[in-house]
Write a protein that binds this ligand. Structure first.
Ligand code: BES
Ligand code: ZN
Length: 986
């Protein structure tokens, strides 16, 4: 198990002495004994916690989600089994840090992978105490070296200017809470300042958390990198610290690195060439003292990377030298977006520089460390002519997102992780605004609706969703909330607010909030207060209403509403009712709990046709129903609510209004309904039908007009919603009808987009083409499949296939997947070889996905096996994607699930306790399940592993719930849908 290896390796660090008393050096053998004891105690604690943790599943029923980005890949190591919701894991506030001086010496070569650390922390004591409690995990503290000294009184040189030692009674570890406690002999006095000194040895791990190692090869040579990922709670693995976001301090970082490497950190650095005793090949880099900041934003990287800077020198990129040119795009847009945000927030970027590093191994997509953003390669690198438009947009998205955090998150930081959603939701919203500023032709503000809002609706409609604002304590619970609810829903409700209080008010309020709270922490109410103040001042919000009151209904309650519009066609009025939208109204639900929201109501109609006005004309003030006495619309004219889908809610209509809308969609003038609202109609109709709130015939009638739709958004909405039908029907006898129907719908758009990547086509045309082609090819469209196969074979016979890929970038996903699907081992082997050889991360991602498309079962099994094998060529950061892609394949899905079931122990060990990766694997491998037999297999899986399921239990239960729902859905709708499809394809 990784755990023992890592702890033992730490024990082996001969550069440090371990002992209780100063100066006492313990032999290596003794150290080993101590280490074994330490290890044993860890194992025992882990076991105890594992079995006795009260409510190991926690009280939070919530949904995680697999993301292509890798946002939720490979995390977790020690103690991650130990979810204890009752344990108070917060640090006491009697001692707070003001300044850290940190010295680190990483040993980055095979056989060592440790680092020496020394930290001096200046702390203020706010209450008399005899304890200094701080965080430390997975490190060996040289306790004999620890000191605590009192500072001389300020402005009074007369007493003494030497610091006075406060004796240390003992030091203890609270493993569960990841505390290291220094018990002082004397009382630490309120109002006084002290310096705590700690010397320790840490471990450069390979599980992508804390201070970790990454590597890449050049020729046959392995190159090592030491880098950090601290958010949310892993700074404590790199240095003992007060690892909570509100405990900001200034940092002065010193890094000793091999002379032939470079280091970077949050601030600017200078090289100190004074020789280091005992380490002739090293020298120190000393970094300027930082502004006050949270521990989770500290970062440093030691590498042999190449670098390049923007013209003004302010922004720099760091990357493997072979891939330096791939950083051109991010280096071009980062300074532009940075400038844009300086204006948007009306606050200058406070640090002297901004560095961005592309790392070969990285668990998330990117991390916003202040002044030193770290990325996985695919989130920062883009190779013209090799990468796709979507890769390029991904880069712009992530760059804009992390830059937005420099203000929202870094300058002003959530007081506690409960408000994480605000941080991530906010960055996930303004990333679109920043990106729009540099790439206006991409229409990303429109894309937001399908990629974020509609996307998260699907999750938030589950009974097992959770409120975006949640109480969290233990690191496992904190990690859990980095999910699509925090990101997508957070972003969507902030966008709603931007629209209902108007952008000017929103920006002014925001800027005030950031300025008032700069270098400090804040809670969501602080933002609401600033926005309320501004909204009242500018007269856009009634004085009797606060933003707080409105937003609490969205942040504290689970789910979102569906507003049902019932028109009175004689009177010209309408009644609106709101209810929570649930995909399935569970039969066991007896709860009287009827949540209500503050809903901004906007609408337009056939005679008004104003799709620009997003300021609400009415509110549903957390009331179940309201009446609009005069819609100003004739009985034969349609109305559409939720203009531009700026509100976070679905809309249902009476049958007559749906008919009027369907009529309009089938007219040549259908574009008089805005693109976003056409996407909304499709998404709402199909999901209302899925939830049993609208009959499928009506919902499917809405889709018929797609035969002449050409825009991306409506198609995207339709593809997503039809994806569910596809998944449910693919193994049923009626699938043929669905196939014919879908191909018929696609006929026109297929002709229009064509099997050709046209240079200079607008972004959304390119995106539409790819979606159309991948649906067409996977439905067996002859021309599509033929084109794909031919193009792939042309590549196979290209003289120099690495540099001369004749397939144009955007078509690669379709071509690779289709050719591998209909091909055999030769195609697979060729793609695998290209996977290993390519120097471009995005190309690797494409191939990795395509390799899961084969129908050769034995190859799929081998592929799954490689995904969880060290040194197979697939990095740990990408393993979850392999399962996702195999499970996406109708033949691969049962294999992937069986592999998971049979190899459970091995998978669990491989990912450590990375619950997110494992949960994602569970979800992706079960997504298509809809039969009683599969449900039985799930139950068996649950019982087989009940003892050690722990962290994945909730995911399994959700999966069971989902499969039950799918079975019911099929029972209820199969016949109706089949009949409709028969009629439509007759
Ligand atoms: N702060 C996160 C990175 C992070 C994620 C740290 C999970 C710890 C756990 C960062 O700002 C982020 O959200 N990155 C996203 C990219 C973004 C464009 C949504 C990611 O990693 O995918
Ligand atoms: Zn973020």
């Amino acid at each position: 198990m990784t755990q023992s290896r890592e702890v033992l390796a730490m024990m082996d660090a001969h550069t440090t002495t371990f002992g209780r008393k100063r100066g006492c050096t313990i032999s290596r053998c003794g150290a080993f004994l101590l280490g074994t004891l330490f290890l044993l105690s860890l194992v025992i604690t882990a076991l105890l916690v594992y079995h006795f943790a009260p409510c190991a599943d926690g009280a939070l029923g919530r949904q995680h989600d697999a993301s292509d980005s890798g946002l939720f890949a490979g995390r977790g190591f020690l103690g991650a089994n130990s979810v204890s919701t009752k344990l108070d894991v917060r640090l006491p506030r009697s001692v707070v840090p003001v300044f850290y001086r940190l010295e680190l010496t990483p040993f980055i070569w095979e056989g060592n992978f440790t680092f020496n650390g020394e930290v001096k922390i200046v702390v203020n004591v706010t209450e008399d105490t005899r304890n200094i409690t701080l965080h430390a995990v997975d490190m060996k503290i040289d306790e004999a070296a620890t000191t605590v000294q009192m500072h001389p009184p300020d402005n009074n040189g007369t007493i003494r200017n030497r610091m006075e030692d406060v004796g240390i009674d003992k030091q203890t570890n609270d493993t569960l809470r990841q505390f290291h406690v220094i018990h002082t002999a004397g009382m630490l006095k309120a109002g006084k300042q002290y310096t705590v000194y700690i010397k320790y040895v840490g471990y450069l791990n390979d599980y992508l958390q804390g201070f970790y190692r990454s590597s890449y090869t050049v020729g046959n040579q392995t190159r090592w990198i030491a880098t950090t990922q601290f958010q949310p709670t892993d700074a404590r693995r790199a240095f003992p610290c007060f690892d909570e976001p509100a405990l900001k301090a200034e940092f002065e970082i010193h890094i000793a690195r091999p002379k032939n490497m470079t280091s970077i950190s949050n601030m600017n650095g200078t090289v100190d060439t004074t020789p280091i005793v005992g380490l002739p090949s090293y020298e120190w880099d000393r970094y300027e003292r930082s502004v006050p900041m949270s521990t989770y934003l500290v970062a440093f990287v030691v590498s042999d990377f190449a670098t390049q800077r923007s013209d003004d020198g302010k922004v720099g990129v760091w990357v493997r030298s072979e891939a330096l040119d791939q950083a051109d795009y991010s280096l071009k847009i980062a300074p532009q977006i940075l400038k844009y945000f300086e204006n948007y927030f009306a606050i200058d970027f406070p640090l002297p520089k901004m560095d961005m590093v592309a790392l070969p191994d990285f668990s998330a997509g990117a991390m916003e460390n202040w002044g030193l953003i770290t990325y996985r390669e695919t989130a920062m690198l883009y190779q013209e002519g090799v990468s796709t438009n979507s890769n390029k947009q991904r880069v712009a998205t992530v760059v804009a997102h992390e830059l937005a955090h420099q203000w929202f998150g870094n300058l002003v930081t959530p007081s506690w992780w409960t408000d994480l959603w605000l941080n991530e939701g906010f960055a996930s919203y303004v990333e679109y605004i920043g990106m729009n500023a540099v790439e206006p032709s991409w229409k990303v503000l429109e894309q937001f609706v399908v990629h974020e809002l509609q996307n998260v609706f699907a999750l938030d409609a589950l009974a097992s969703s959770h409120p975006i604002s949640v109480e969290v304590g233990h690191p496992d619970e904190i990690s859990e909330i980095f999910d699509r609810i925090s990101y997508g829903k957070g972003a969507s409700i902030i966008r709603m607010m931007d629209h209902f209080i108007t952008t000017n008010v929103f920006k002014r309020g925001l800027s005030n909030y950031l300025r008032e709270r700069a270098y400090q922490s804040a809670e969501q109410n602080d933002l609401w207060d600033a926005l309320t103040k501004q909204a009242h001042k500018d007269g856009v919000l009634d004085k009797s209403i606060t933003i707080n009151e409105i937003m609490d209904t969205w942040t504290l309650q689970t789910g979102f509403p569906v507003v049902t519009v019932n028109r009175d066609y004689n009177r010209g009025s309408a009644t609106l009712t709101q209810e929570r939208f649930l995909l399935q109204t569970s039969t066991t639900e007896v709860s009287d709990d009827k949540p209500l929201w503050w809903i901004p109501i906007t609408y337009t109609s056939q005679n008004v046709l104003n799709f620009n006005e997003t300021i609400p004309s009415r509110w549903m003030q957390a009331e179940p129903t309201i009446t609009l006495s005069n819609l100003n619309t004739a009985a034969n004219e349609w109305v559409i609510f939720n203009v531009q889908e700026t509100g976070y809610y679905r809309v249902n209509y009476d049958e007559q209004n749906w008919r009027l809308i369907i009529q309009e969609l089938n007219k040549a003038s259908f574009k008089s309904i805005s693109t976003i609202n056409r996407a909304q109609l499709l998404d709402d109709a199909l999901n209302l039908a899925r939830a049993g709130r609208l009959d499928y015939a009506t919902a499917l009638d809405v889709t018929s007009y797609l035969a002449h739709e050409t825009e991306y958004l409506p198609w995207k909405a339709a593809f997503t919603a039809m994806g569910y039908l596809d998944r449910m029907l693919v193994k049923t006898e009626g699938y043929d009808r669905f196939r014919i129907f879908a191909l018929k719908l696609l006929d026109n758009i297929y002709k229009q987009t064509g099997f050709k990547d046209i240079h200079g086509d607008p972004q959304l045309t390119v995106f539409t083409r790819i979606d159309v082609l991948s649906w067409a090819c996977s439905l067996g469209h002859k021309d599509c499949v033929q084109n794909a196969v031919t193009q792939f074979h042309n590549w196979q016979i290209t003289p120099n296939p690495d540099n001369n890929n004749p397939i144009s970038p955007n078509l690669k996903s379709v071509v690779y997947c289709t050719a591998i699907r209909v091909g055999g081992q030769a195609e697979w082997d060729f793609a695998w070889e290209r996977y290993q050889k390519t120097n471009v991360g995005s190309e690797k991602d494409l191939l990795l996905h395509a390799l899961g498309c084969t129908r050769e079962t034995w190859i799929l099994s081998r592929y799954l096996n490689w995904a969880v094998t060290e040194n197979s060529g697939i990095r740990k950061q990408d393993a979850g994607r392999v399962f996702g892609s195999v499970a996406n394949n109708v033949i691969g899905q049962p294999l992937a699930f069986n592999y998971l079931r049979n190899q459970w122990k091995r998978i669990k060990t491989y990912f450590g306790t990375s619950l997110l990766t494992i949960n994602n694997i569970i979800k992706s491998t079960t997504k298509k399940m809809n039969t009683a037999y599969e449900l039985k297999a799930l139950y068996e899986f649950e019982t087989e592993h009940s003892a050690e399921l722990a962290i994945a239990r909730r995911a399994v239960q959700q999966t069971i719930e989902q499969t039950e729902a799918n079975i019911k859905w099929l029972d209820r709708n199969h016949e109706t849908i089949l009949n409709w499809l028969k009629r439509a394809t007759a």
